[in-house]
Design a protein around this ligand. Structure first.
Ligand code: URA
Length: 230
């Protein structure tokens, strides 16, 4: 929200009052005097007028979790434990997932209370590369890479998948990079060749790599550099 609107919404503060507070340099956001009413403020900012705190600003929180198989990527589920059950944190109702993984999929999952940040992570136009390690029931033929690079038609959504990069690592193992996140996308892409995915593990989302020090079920806070990288 714009700072002038935030001030104008306060009881007994008119738009004119708000403008005056700003030009008189009486408003501070995170300790810094702001005069431009167009300055964007969020629930995470500390906002003061004449030294009185109008909004304390809650901490923005960012975590990476090594999701184990069998935990559902949701904040609530009637049957399975959710990935949030793995977090020993206060105010978990405030948190949401920056992308999802299927029940049996393991690997990197990002969790935050910052909706703008998670939108940058998941919105299609970001084209954030997501890197998966895949194992399959049957051998992976060389033609898969070409087909994935061309894109596959998904009738249900009536779309063609974006070019994806497949590196074959072994007869039944590969690394696949996707630039979007359609429902069950990896399984459906291998399903095109009637080849079942037996193991799926997300290693990376853009610049964020799953910390090798995290065992399945463990998590840690992101570093300031990791947060800024998105
Ligand atoms: N593709 C899938 O099929 N499953 C996932 O969990 C992620 C990508």
């Amino acid at each position: 929200m714009r700072l002038d609107r935030f001030l104008g919404n306060l009881p007994d503060v008119s738009r004119q009052d708000a403008r005056r507070l700003l030009v008189e340099r009486r408003v501070r956001v995170d300790g810094e005097a702001i005069v431009d009413g167009r300055h964007e403020v969020r629930v995470f900012n500390r906002i003061e007028v004449d030294g009185a705190v109008l909004q304390a600003g809650k901490p923005a929180r960012y975590f990476m979790l090594h999701k184990p198989a069998g935990w559902v990527s949701a904040t609530r589920h009637p049957e399975h434990p959710t990935v949030l059950d793995l977090l020993d944190e206060a105010d978990k109702d405030d948190l949401h997932l920056g992308g999802r993984l299927d029940l049996t999929t393991t690997g990197l999952l990002l969790i935050t209370n910052d909706g703008l940040w998670s939108r940058r992570l998941t919105q299609p136009k970001t084209r954030l590369p997501k890197v998966y390690y895949v194992e399959t029931e049957d051998p992976i033929a060389p033609e898969y890479a070409e087909t994935f690079a061309r894109g596959l038609y998904f009738a249900y959504e009536d779309l063609t998948t974006l070019p994806a990069e497949l590196i074959v690592l072994d007869r039944r193992a590969a690394r696949l990079t996707l630039y979007e996140g359609r429902y069950h996308q990896v399984k459906r892409m291998f399903g095109h060749f009637r080849n079942k995915v037996t193991r799926l593990h997300r290693e990376r989302m853009g610049p964020l790599v799953l910390d090798p020090g995290l065992a399945p079920g463990q998590y840690r806070a992101l570093s300031p550099d990791e947060i800024m990288a998105i």
